[in-house]
Ligand binder design. Structure first.
Ligand SMILES: [Zn+2]
Length: 260
């Protein structure tokens, strides 16, 4: 029953994320102004904006101009709903992480969806989004360190991991004069370190590069991309971060057990 509520909350947040994903690259103000149909500019009413249900009832067409509504909207709403259920379930079975960690993870997961989509669609990372998440990570690290002794000792580790993550991308940025990685990746590296700490940062980067390499090879083989063409690396960094956030510890202890 509770999971249904988390799914509904997730899909409502997902429809807000859709607004961000649509408006950030267009530099529209997202606080003011109602939603309009991008095809006919008709102002949408509340009944047109119910997450998932409006799309289903309208059979994927705008009520006013009958043109198709992008599948991106219901997909993001659905995925956000599923991920909120996942975070709730994860914290149910890992009780020791506490409420702060739970709310932090909900906000971070929502933010990562925006980073993933804007990079995938527009090759853009928005500093405002990344910095908002950096602030969330810093505040939650401090609150956790006040609440638990084990966090007190690791506060420095997380701070240093943030600096290491930023330096890692800054170095590539400087060496390539900005052609390999953009400035946005430096801030994303900072966020990853602050969120994950040193060990899980390595897990996240490992998966980001592996996934990035696999997808690039597939695209090259299918001749969709040339060697020089741009790859939205933020997409893989968000995936790596997501994996490390929830499974980093397990992956690390599995890997270490192989070595011993
Ligand atoms: Zn329309």
């Amino acid at each position: 029953m509770l999971y249904i509520l988390w799914f509904i909350l997730g899909s409502v947040i997902g429809s807000f994320l859709n607004v961000l994903i649509y408006r950030l690259p267009r530099q529209e103000q997202f606080v003011r102004g109602g939603s309009i149909c991008p095809k006919c500019n008709h102002v949408l009413k509340a009944k047109d904006l119910i997450p998932l249900l409006s799309f289903l009832f309208l059979k994927g067409k705008c009520r006013y101009c009958q043109k198709n509504i992008s599948w991106q909207y219901p997909i993001i709403e659905f995925v956000t709903g599923v991920l909120f259920v996942f975070v709730a379930y994860y914290h149910q079975i890992n009780m020791d992480f506490g409420d702060i960690m739970f709310w932090r993870n909900l906000i971070i997961v929502a933010g990562l969806i925006v980073v993933f989509m804007t990079d995938l669609k527009h090759f853009l990372l928005f500093d405002a989004v990344t910095w908002f998440l950096v602030i969330v990570a810093v505040i939650s690290n401090f609150v956790l360190s006040v609440m638990s002794v084990s966090w007190q000792t690791s506060l420095w580790d997380f701070g240093l991991a943030g600096i290491a993550g930023a330096l890692f991308f800054w170095l590539q940025h400087a060496l390539s004069r900005g052609s390999w990685v953009g400035q946005g990746d430096i801030y994303l590296g900072l966020l990853m370190g602050l969120l994950l700490g040193p060990k899980n940062l390595m897990v996240a980067l490992f998966f980001a590069y592996i996934l990035g390499a696999i997808v690039s090879i597939i695209l090259l083989l299918r001749k969709k991309k040339q060697l020089k063409s741009q790859v939205p690396f933020g997409v893989f960094l968000t995936l790596g971060t997501f994996i490390a956030m929830f499974w980093g510890q397990k992956i690390l202890s599995w890997y270490l057990s192989l070595l011993s």
